[in-house]
Write a protein that binds this ligand. Structure first.
Ligand code: NAD
Ligand SMILES: CC(C)CCC[C@@H](C)[C@H]1CC[C@H]2C3=C(CC[C@]12C)[C@@]1(C)CC[C@H](O)[C@@H](C(=O)O)[C@@H]1CC3
Length: 343
């Protein structure tokens, strides 16, 4: 039988490499001397030395062309949580991830690092210093979370030393930073519409927001520590800034940094959550006729009004993780990176 020649451990592919996290990951990998191939449905930038392959991760043949030369794959592609399209989430996050695993195994890829999400354990009630052994959410609040749970299970179950295919899942929480298309743009858009005057709940709930460079650092550490005899095999790891902050202090710092007023008036959490549920129901029923996307979804309201911060002691212990950019500096860099969104 012909022996397969293994590609160098520094040859990797980033599925979803055109996205917010993916692009930061690609840039850091290149700085660290990796040879990088990007696989994504869209190409949005160019970096010398990086090859781009436009394709859908549900297409195994398209994946195989890219993966045959790499030993390490980062999978950080997903439809945006804001799309709220159950069929698309299942097709890409669950079925598509199964296809990614099959393609990796057929191509002889040795390591797969999945970008999961800390929200896989969040069901709208307080989580304080949550560890990775918390059970998956039994009643996930939205379709995105429902499919991120299935995706993580599929990837971790595929880990096999016998097949020479190792997997690990990184669970970041509330990623923010330059070029993020979600958190800061949605926040500013909401403020511009005059809807950021209110604090949902008493405003003391602590949460994690994680600077994108720390998330990238966690992914690369995981890839480099993932070996047949390491504790990382088939496990999930929280990656956070390790500095829980009041949700409304974080929002206020970003808003004020960009020249908008901080929210001041309080609204009861249960009332806003109830309204968000009602709106979601109405817009879902109307969806075949008109596609309205409410700003205050049940998930956003739950995140804005509860505690949700996570321990990253497992990542510290097993891969020597420490955040590389502190929160204060991270917020300053983020605010400075959005001059076009200033008031
Ligand atoms: N942003 C956050 O706060 C956050 C937090 C935790 C986890 N995550 C996870 O991190 C990952 C990256 O998120 P992001 O914020 O960079 O999102 P993003 O939308 O900026 O990037 C996702 C990328 O995936 C690509 N993609 C989507 N469907 C695809 C398909 N069928 N085939 C190939 N590529 C496809 C998109 O084109 C995009 O470039 C996702 O898996 C997300 O679930 C994000
Ligand atoms: C309308 C206001 C109440 C809030 C405006 C800001 C929000 C748009 C963001 C605040 C927290 C963010 C967040 C996510 C999306 C954007 C926010 C709701 C995620 C749900 C995105 C998907 C990730 O997997 C989640 C995670 O676990 O990290 C994010 C959680 C925080």
């Amino acid at each position: 039988m012909a022996t397969r020649i293994r590609p160098s451990s520094k040859r990797c592919a980033v599925i979803g490499g055109s996205g917010f996290l993916g692009r930061h990951l690609v840039e850091r990998l290149v700085e660290k001397g990796y040879s990088v191939a990007v696989f994504d449905i869209a190409q949005r930038y160019e970096v010398p030395g990086v090859t781009f392959h436009q394709g859908d991760l549900c297409d195994k043949q398209a994946l195989l062309k890219v993966l045959k030369d790499v030993s390490l794959v980062f999978h950080c592609a997903s439809p945006s949580p804001a799309c709220d399209d159950r069929n698309l989430f299942w097709k890409v996050n669950v079925e598509g991830t199964r296809t990614v695993i099959q393609a990796c195994q057929e191509a002889g890829v040795q390591k797969l690092v999945l970008t999961s999400s800390a929200s896989v354990v969040f069901e709208g009630t307080d989580i304080k210093n949550g560890k990775e052994d918390l059970p998956y959410a039994k009643r996930p609040i939205d379709y995105y979370t429902e499919t991120k749970i299935q995706q993580e299970k599929v990837v971790l179950e595929a880990c096999s030393k016998e097949k020479d295919f190792l997997t690990v899942a990184i669970r970041p929480h509330g990623i923010f930073g330059p070029r993020d298309p979600q958190l800061v743009p949605i926040l500013v858009d909401t403020a511009r519409k005059g809807k950021m005057k209110f604090i949902i709940g008493d405003g003391t709930n602590l949460v994690d927001f994680t600077y994108v460079e720390n998330v990238v650092h966690g992914h690369i550490l995981a890839a480099e520590h993932l070996k047949p005899d390491s504790p990382l095999c088939g496990k999930a790891y929280h990656i956070t800034n390790d500095e829980p902050i009041r949700f409304w202090d974080f929002m206020s710092q970003v808003l004020v940094g960009l020249g908008y007023d901080a929210p001041r008036y309080h609204l009861p959490y249960a009332l806003v959550y109830g309204i968000a549920m009602l709106l979601w129901l109405i817009t879902s029923l109307l969806r075949p006729l008109v596609n309205i996307k409410p700003t205050f979804t049940p998930m956003r309201v739950a995140l804005a009004g509860t505690h949700h911060y996570y321990s990253c002691s497992r990542a510290k212990q097993d891969m020597g993780y420490q955040p590389v950019v502190r929160l204060k500096e991270a917020i300053a860099r983020t605010v400075a990176s959005y001059p076009h969104l200033r008031r």
